[in-house]
Ligand binder design. Structure first.
Ligand code: DAH
Length: 341
């Protein structure tokens, strides 16, 4: 019995993994194991010796079971440690650099303007780039054969369909959707197309953002306050704006809006052509005809609208000297813009 105990304890101490442990269990502690074998010998003993023998075998069994569960615990701990060792990562290794794209400057400007207006309760409205002549011109108070149509060299698809020349087409669609209901407070970003020859300042495809507010007692003063806030947001707190009289078919009165030059602070430099002012957009009070065509009572409600060129703002804001940089997708240029959401 003593030999058996020594032999089994020895094996348990040496056991290195679960399989070895299981074998030891089978050999000594299982139903057909050596300890059970000892128990079986009891029947051959004389009656007086049975209790003594039985007690001894029991002590042996308990000792072995105790040692077995200790060995089990030791092997379990060892396997945790060895797994940790295997899965160890070297945090000092230099990581593989992931190439993450960043937002395009036009997207940046558009996003910033959208954020600005959304914070003031405006909705963002979009419309189709392939547009009906009706929404692009007719509803904007530019009837058939009006000479103003020539000013916007239009890509026509057929007599009725064209590539929209301005986001004013989204304005007229929005007014139709509201059908006389106020307040209307939207901005409408989108691509527009004109038959221009591409050069440093022209592109046959560009991005505009239209603004439109219709309600009771909306005045030119509201327009001015709105655009001044926008100018400050885009070009800095100390910017001011000025209105110059202009003409658009869909607004009356119409204005051209200049912002004080953010480069020279209005003193005069090459960016502002020595004038101290930079033209950024066209705007005005929505023409009563435009309101009436969309079911609004032009006696009771009024509105302002503006149309801004996103490329122009991007060129000015980021000091880019050629509009074509925005379309040639040179990564050396694009990767200088680092915002990604
Ligand atoms: N649609 C004009 C253009 O593309 C821009 C514009 C001017 C839009 C005045 C307006 C506006 O909404 O009120 O040149």
């Amino acid at each position: 019995m003593e030999n058996l105990l020594k032999e089994a304890l020895d094996a348990l101490h040496k056991a290195a993994d679960k399989t070895e442990l299981q074998e030891i269990y089978n050999t000594y502690l299982s139903k057909k194991g050596k300890v059970a074998g000892l128990m079986a010998q009891m029947k051959d003993l004389i009656a007086e010796e049975k209790p003594k023998f039985g007690a001894k075998v029991n002590v042996l069994k308990q000792t072995l079971e105790q040692a077995y569960s200790e060995a089990q615990e030791r092997i379990h701990q060892q396997s945790i440690l060895s797994n940790l060792e295997k899965d160890k990562i070297d945090l000092t290794l230099p990581a593989t650099k992931l190439k993450v794209g960043t937002l395009h400057p036009l997207t940046l400007v558009q996003k910033e303007i959208e954020e600005h207006f959304i914070a003031m309760g405006y909705l963002v409205k979009e419309g189709p780039e392939v547009e009906r002549d009706y929404y692009n011109f007719e509803r904007a108070n530019i009837p058939q054969d009006h000479p103003a149509r020539d000013m916007q060299d239009t890509f026509y698809i057929n007599m009725d369909w064209l590539l929209r020349t301005h986001t004013t087409a989204i304005q007229t669609r929005t007014l139709e959707e509201y059908n006389g209901k106020t307040p209307v407070k939207v901005i409408c970003p989108g691509k527009v197309y004109r038959k221009d020859d591409d050069d440093a300042t022209h592109s046959h495809q560009f991005v505009q953002i239209e603004g439109l507010v219709v309600g009771e007692k909306i005045s030119l003063a509201d327009l001015k306050g709105t655009l001044e806030l926008l100018a400050k947001r885009m070009f800095g707190e100390s910017r001011v704006i000025r209105f110059r009289p202009s003409y658009f078919q869909f607004t009356e009165p119409s204005v051209e809006v200049d912002v004080s030059c953010h480069i020279c602070n209005g003193k005069g430099c090459s960016t502002c052509h020595q004038t101290g002012w930079i033209e950024i957009l066209g705007a005005g009070m929505v023409h009563p005809n435009v309101l009436r065509m969309a079911g609004f009572d032009a006696e009771k409600v009024s509105g302002f609208a503006f149309g801004l060129g996103v490329e122009r703002v991007a060129l000015l804001k980021y000091g880019i000297d050629d509009i074509r940089h925005l379309y040639t997708n040179d990564l050396r240029f694009l990767s200088t813009f680092t915002r990604f959401e």
